[in-house]
Design a protein around this ligand. Structure first.
Ligand code: NAD
Length: 253
């Protein structure tokens, strides 16, 4: 496959960094866009030291002005990975309204804005691959994560709708939905979940994160990177508007 120009939001850490590294090692050109510029620059430097063509850009995906200015800043892209994400765990009565809005803006409005600004050129070139990072919580709920669960459910509706709007072009949009992956985002939420559920942190990991999965194991970042590679392959040319669930059988149960 010819090398593609790939933008990965939230690529300075966790799943985004794993996808950036894997796709870079396959010979693609990588732009890491993250609200935290310094770790994004550090990540791009590490990739560059491995011989990967990588750069970093400062971006808050929920800021329409910044998103609108991005094409002029980074140029053309073939592949957009909407990965940036945050979490807040609280029962609804205690959930600050501003936090609710922020989660929706980062994880639902952000992907829509980014797709909107890069879509015209993808259509003009008749090629584009859009990969959203959803979650098991795109499909099943979890108490005290109302904003996160709502945003991640919304991403599936967005992908399905856009699949219809790009049907005349060689453009696909799909959503990867992993259950739990050991990243800073998950490590940070364990304590909050323990508090809200009145459990120890060890119980949160065992009962909430692993027990619902028949395979009872965290998902490895490389599995997500492999799915992204597949979605860029010719075999996935007609996979559009779909949800790839990496959950060890959770939803099947
Ligand atoms: P992470 O915290 O390791 O990485 C998230 C990255 O997003 C960070 O680099 C952060 O700086 C960046 N970011 C946050 N807000 C941003 C904004 N407004 N604009 C641009 N960048 C921003 O988390 P992760 O676990 O790697 O999460 C990546 C994605 O995977 C998220 O969408 C998350 O919801 C999803 N996900 C994670 C898990 C898991 O178990 N870790 C499971 C399912 C889905």
């Amino acid at each position: 496959m010819s090398s593609k120009d790939i933008l990965i939001t939230g690529g300075a850490s966790g799943i985004g960094l794993g996808i950036a590294t894997h796709l870079g090692q396959l010979g693609h050109n990588i732009v890491i866009a993250d609200i935290n510029l310094e770790p994004a620059q550090q990540a791009a430097k590490t990739l560059t030291s491995q011989g990967i063509n990588a750069s970093a850009a400062a971006l808050d995906v929920s800021n329409a002005e910044q998103v609108g200015a991005l094409p002029d800043k980074i140029g053309h892209i073939d592949v957009l990975v909407n990965n940036a994400g945050i979490q807040h765990v609280a029962r609804l009565e205690d959930f600050p309204a501003a936090k609710w809005q922020q989660l929706i803006n980062v994880m639902l409005v952000g992907p829509a804005l980014l797709t909107q600004v890069f879509l015209p050129e993808m259509k003009a070139r008749n090629y584009g691959r859009i990969i959203n990072v959803g979650s098991i919580h795109s499909l099943v709920a979890s108490p005290f994560k109302s904003a996160y669960v709502s945003a991640k459910h919304g991403l599936l509706g967005f992908a399905k709708t856009l699949a219809l709007e790009v049907s005349e072009h060689d453009i696909t949009i799909n959503t990867l939905c992993p259950s739990y992956v050991k990243t800073p985002l998950v490590e940070q939420q364990i304590a909050a979940q323990a508090k809200e559920n009145n459990m120890s942190e060890e119980e949160v990991v065992r009962k909430i994160m692993l027990e619902p999965m028949p395979k009872k194991a965290f998902i490895d970042i490389q599995e997500l990177a492999g799915c992204a590679e597949f979605l860029l392959s010719p075999a996935a040319k007609n996979i559009c508007g779909q949800t790839l669930v990496l959950d060890g059988g959770w939803v099947a149960r």
